[in-house]
Every structure is written in C-alpha cells, then in structure tokens.
Design a protein around this ligand. Sequence first.
Ligand code: KG4
Length: 358
Amino acid sequence: MIVLGIDTSCDDTSVGIVQDTTVLANVVSSQDAIHAEWGGVVPNLARRAHQENFPLVYQQALAEAGIQENQIDVIAVTYGHGLAIALEIGIIEAKALATRLQKPVVAINHSEGHILANCATDLTGAGGVALADITLPALCVLVAGGQTQFVRMQAFGEYDMLGQTVDDAIGEGFDKAARLLGLPYPGGAKLSELAVTGNPAAYTLPRPMRGSGDFDVSYAGLKTAFLHLVNKTKLESPDGILSPSQLADLAASYQEAAIDTLLIKIKKILDTGEYKQILLGGGVAANPVLQQRLLTVGNERNIPVHIPFSRKLCTDNGAMIAIAGYFHAQKQDYLEKPEELERDPRLSLTKTITRSLE
Ligand code: KG4
C-alpha cells in the first residue's frame, strides 16, 4: 500500500511517501531562515510559506519515490496538534488531492506520527521496529520544540499521559539556551554540536522537579538559571566576551542538565517495572547524547530502546505521518467525510483514534 503523508503542523512543509512502512520519500522544506530573524516561529509567515512551498515539495516527493500520483492509495494528513493556520494548509491540500485522485483520507495526530516514526524502515528493510514487535505497555518519550511528554502506549491507538512539562518544552529550552550563546534559531542542534568539545561538569545547573513525586518535568527554571549563569560568566570574562572553550562548556553543561532532568523521570517511570520497551520521538530525539544515555538506561534494565533511524525522522516530517496513515488504513480508519475534516491545534494523543473512527 502506498501512503502519502502531509505535515504542516509548524514551520516545516513536509510530504513523505511510504510503501507500507518503507520510506520511499521524505521531503522537508525548512522555514528556519524565515523565522530565524524573529527568534521563533511567526504563524502567518509559516502559513504563507506552506502555501508557496507545498506544490514543489509534493512534486519532489513523487520524484524521489519514483511514482506517479495515481499510484497513491491513501492520503494521511496531520490535523493536530500544531499551529492552527499552518495545519489548515496541509488539510486543504489533502482534501484537494483526495478529490482529484479519488483516494481515502486518514487524519493523523502529530504526536502519534512521532511515535510511529520508530516503525519506519529504509529501502533495504533495515532501521525500524515492526508494530507487532513492540511489546506492551511501552513507554513513549516525546521530546520536541513544543512538547515534552511521557506516554504509556497500551496498544496501538491507546495512549495514557504519565507526565509532561509544566512549562517550557525541552526543545524550546534548547532553543532559548542556544540563543543566549549567540546561536541562530532553532539552536538545539547547533548547541549540541557546540557541546561536543565542552565539559558537561564545568558549570552547576539545577535539575528542576527531580523530587516532585510525579512524572512531570519543568524547563523554565533551568532556562532562568542558565540566563544568570551566562550573564555571570560574561561579567567575569575579560571584555565581557565568552571564549570558545567557555561557550562549549556552557553548552555541554546546559545539555547535561536538560537531559538529566528527562532521565531522572524516565528512570522513575521504569522503576514501576511495567514497561517492556521505550520509543523515543520528536526533534530532540536527534540529540546524540540523549540517544546514548537512553540506550545505556535501557541496557542496564534490559529494556529495548527504539529511536527513529535518521535525524530527519526525528524532526517534523511527512514520512512519519504516512506510516501512521498506513497503520490506520489497516484498521480502515478512513474519514467518511474528508471534506469536513478540521484542524485541532490542541489535539491530545489520548483522543486520537476514536475521532477518526466515528
Ligand atoms: O519535532 P520538531 O521538529 O518540531 C516540533 O517541535 O514539533 O522539533 C524541533 C525541536 C527544536 O526545538 C530543535 O532545536 C530541537 O528539536 N532539536 C534538538 C536537536 N535537533 C533538533 N535539540 C537538541 N539537540 C538536537 N540535536
């Protein structure tokens, strides 16, 4: 089955094409350059860029996959969560394609796409875990620019929230910390590159909410502590300028605190003894230190850890939506009236499936 996946939930225009769970194409048109000037995503600029970019991204995806559009069997589109006016563009395009090609539509929850990106395989069949091989319950760790969530996957389509950020998301924290170090938006990946040569123990930063007695996390306090640390270090430096080694040490210390904060709660969740596997998803899942440290935790406890096989499958992308679409198509979760599909900017993972079935 060939599934086309569309994601315009935030600032990337993306179209992916899969054959079952094999990724044939995954084209992402980044808007980073547009939003960098503003230090964050500007919704109406994102919408306009989605409108302009979609036709080209769609044609590129068909070319990369080596298929004609009439070979598409199913159209999958993100309908939430995300920026309302950005989501709308993907939905408008999905409806137009469905009408033109006379193909069924499945509506996908963006967060479920991040989880199911772990099932993606490359053209050789390598890379992903089969849905049937995910032993349940599994712990899904969703770490992105707009979310930090620990989710219990009870079955495909059945998710419970175990804990989440009470303020900023981990990716947002990385981006703000990167900005304080003078790195352009979105700075998460750049901060992690800078951290490679730094000493993670060079500076002391807090691990907020470590003893909160629940599975929630917080990143706002860490951001404030980092702001004070950067200012203090600048004041103590000659001419107020940070040296390359200070910048690297600050980046490494921030990254260590951000990842520790996450892992403290992951370990507490695993201490319950319920979870058979871990699935990591979202843009911050591309962080190599997070990946390594989570794999170590899994090894110590004999719990398999799954990570999407490429960086592109971690950050927002259409292939993950196509894969989620493939699994929903297997369950015949087709929209009866696709023309009535509306965006749901605050969509939560716990109400994903029932909505598209009824
Ligand atoms: O999932 P995503 O593409 O977009 C949404 O938030 O929905 O995630 C983007 C986030 C940004 O905050 C970006 O800075 C962060 O993921 N990110 C990283 C890394 N790569 C991307 N954060 C830390 N380390 C990375 N290597």
